[in-house]
Design a binder for this molecule. Structure first.
Ligand SMILES: [Zn+2]
Length: 105
């Protein structure tokens, strides 16, 4: 069951870990793992080895998933760190900001 309240495209703020306080946009969600990939968050440098034939080794930033529980949504309407609530409109569940009640689509 998809229990993640976060969606691709949401702006989130990291609340824990080395990227504490950083903001970013969700690039991918993994509902089964309760993890998400956030732009610019939890980046690790991967070093590729120099190959024979003169090609140099490179450093490539790879973005790793973080726990969805360690981030909070930044509401695009009120600009506050908030939690996601649900509201029913004519049988359709929509996500809303718990602070200003604006729809998060
Ligand atoms: Zn809001």
């Amino acid at each position: 069951m998809n229990t993640l309240k976060l969606k691709k495209g949401d702006m989130v703020v990291v609340m824990k870990g080395k990227d504490h306080g950083k903001k970013g946009k969700i690039l991918r969600t993994f509902p089964d793992l309760k993890k998400i990939v956030v732009e610019g968050i939890n980046e690790k440098m991967r070093h590729t080895r120099a190959k024979r034939g003169g090609q140099k080794g490179q450093r490539v930033a790879v973005t790793h998933p973080v726990w969805a529980a360690n981030v909070q949504v930044l509401c695009p309407s009120c600009g506050k760190i908030t939690r996601v609530g649900f509201e029913l409109h004519e049988g359709i569940k929509s996500r809303v900001c718990k602070k200003c009640k604006a729809s998060l689509s």
